[in-house]
Ligand binder design. Structure first.
Ligand SMILES: C[S@@+](CC[C@H](N)C(=O)[O-])C[C@H]1O[C@@H](n2cnc3c(N)ncnc32)[C@H](O)[C@@H]1O
Length: 314
């Protein structure tokens, strides 16, 4: 099995995909305690190093390096500030790349990075990785096209080491209209789950900002993007429909209970396996559970991107 090192690993969405693609993840890292707890409950075989990436000085050997550095600066939901320090964590990834010199690397990030105001960051990432000795390709992919019950557009940056004379080709979509398989719907993804899982969903009021847009999709549709903030989680289809009543103002069409997706439902809509564990540890508050599930890269999408790497491992 080729070995992989994972950075900014969160609760292990990207890594579940890497493992399904046939890699052994020998080291993972994140700064968030509950991400570590969830990761280790699901992948006890990986050496998970808890702490700030900036403090890690040594990495094990690996053929593949993966990492999904944070995106608060350029996500749709975050503060759109191209100058925020958190946007420069890709330099830490580049440091690990130079230290490990793997045959290939994969990075995932929010698609907002292709927007004009953040373009310089994307250009710089490509330059830094090219200067590190890699042939770099980037593409925006939608998780729905790879069997995930959710619209989630993310940019992938993939590099293959210069001395390996092969180019990376991004995978072709497998799911959707006139493709080999239909889209996976909310109904497919949540099959067998309880309709009112008390204690597992955020049940505070729907504030004005929440009601400023349509947050609901039907059972037979793809989910809206699963986010990391519980307050902004889309509505479960058991909720009444919403109707637009004014500019940036929506209302429920019926007066009956409505609720957001639970964190477990969010994880299923992200494409995590049915038995995915959220351990009850000290740091596992409801908002933390939502956060690690919403921050994750959908495993099937990361698996597709990893499997498309040429066979350069022997
Ligand atoms: C987009 S999420 C990664 C999701 C993960 N790849 C997955 O699929 O589950 C970014 C992660 O970077 C972590 N992070 C942020 N700053 C960090 C730092 N300085 N050192 C280590 N991890 C950090 C966050 O805690 C978060 O889990």
């Amino acid at each position: 099995m080729p070995k992989a090192v994972s950075l900014f690993s969160g609760c292990g969405g990207s890594d579940a995909g890497v493992i399904s693609a046939g890699f052994e993840v020998v080291m993972a890292n994140d700064i968030l305690t509950y991400a570590r707890d969830v990761y280790c409950a699901n992948h006890p075989e990986t050496d998970f190093v808890l702490g700030d990436i900036r403090k890690i000085k040594k990495f094990p050997d690996a053929e593949l390096l993966v990492g999904c550095y944070p995106c608060q600066g350029f996500s749709q939901g975050g503060v759109r500030d191209a100058g925020r320090k958190i946007n420069y964590l890709y330099l830490e990834f580049a440091k690990a790349l130079l230290a490990i010199k793997p045959k290939a690397f994969i990075v995932e990030n929010v698609s907002g990075m292709v927007r004009k105001d953040f373009e310089h960051l994307l250009i710089d990432q490509k330059k830094v990785f090219t200067d590190a000795g890699y042939c770099v390709k980037a593409k925006v992919l939608n998780a729905a096209d790879f069997g995930v019950a959710q619209e989630r557009r993310r940019i992938f940056i993939v590099g293959i080491r210069d001395d390996i004379d092969l180019e990376y080709v991004f995978p072709e979509p497998t799911h959707g209209k006139s493709r080999a398989q239909p889209y996976v719907t909310i109904k497919d993804a949540l099959k067998g789950m309880r309709h009112w899982p008390e204690g597992e969903f955020y049940d505070r009021d729907f504030h004005w900002y929440y009601m400023s847009r349509d947050r609901r999709r039907d059972w037979n549709e793809l989910s809206k993007t699963i986010v990391a903030n519980a307050r902004h989680m889309p509505l479960h289809p058991i909720s009444p429909k919403l109707v637009k009543v004014a500019h940036d103002e929506w209302r429920f069409v019926e007066d009956r209970p409505a609720r957001r997706f639970s964190y477990r439902e969010a994880s299923r809509l992200q494409g995590f396996a049915k038995g995915f564990k959220f351990p009850d540890t000290e740091s596992g508050s409801l908002s933390m559970r939502y956060m690690v599930a919403g921050n994750a890269v959908p495993p099937p999408l990361f698996e597709a991107v990893s499997k498309a790497l040429p066979n350069i491992w022997s």
